[in-house]
Design a binder for this molecule. Structure first.
Ligand code: HEC
Length: 143
């Protein structure tokens, strides 16, 4: 097989070459072409990975709770499971606790940690995000 044909065949297989048969440029030499990476948050509204918007007041508490706490406190999370044993199944899902969760308890649990829950720093959850989360949890969303 002639070398030029080999390059063309490889380009057709990989679809990663420019029209003139040269490898697509962008990444490091020999590396994969650059990928467009969009953080998950960007799909859902304001890009909360942007420092300017992360510290903005008026965050969406429900969304922030789901994003920052949901891995443990939505259904099946280890926080929900442990709380089922300690405070009963009707109180285990924080977002659906009858009467809501007092803001002082939310603040203390998040900044100091509580039992098996690790403290979360201001890098992980900003003060603005925590304010919004605490306000959301303090309301009664019981089904
Ligand atoms: C790594 C998992 C994890 C994350 C993330 C997490 N928690 Fe927790 N949380 C727990 C566990 C586990 C407990 C139960 C601690 C215990 O009873 O020993 C708990 C307990 C709590 C409690 C106390 C409930 C009660 O009745 O005593 C509150 C309030 C709380 N979490 C709020 C939050 C908030 C708000 C966030 C997000 C900013 C969050 N947690 C993130 C694991 C987590």
């Amino acid at each position: 097989m002639k070398p030029a044909f080999t390059v063309l065949a490889a380009c057709m297989l990989l679809a990663a070459c420019s029209a003139d048969g040269e490898p697509a440029v962008g990444g490091p030499e020999g590396g994969p072409p650059p990928m467009e990476f969009r953080p998950m948050e960007a799909e859902q509204g304001a890009d909360v990975t942007d420092p300017a918007s992360r510290v903005a007041v008026g965050q969406d508490g429900e969304r922030m709770f789901n994003r920052r706490c949901g891995v443990c406190h939505l259904g099946g999370g280890m926080g929900t499971n442990l709380l089922t044993g300690r405070v009963g199944p009707e109180n285990a899902l924080l977002a659906q606790r009858p009467g809501g969760v007092p803001s002082a308890l939310t603040m203390a649990a998040v900044r100091n940690g509580l039992g098996a829950m690790p403290p979360l720093s201001r890098v992980e959850v900003t003060d603005a995000e925590l304010d919004a989360i605490a306000a959301y949890l303090s309301e009664d969303h019981a089904p």
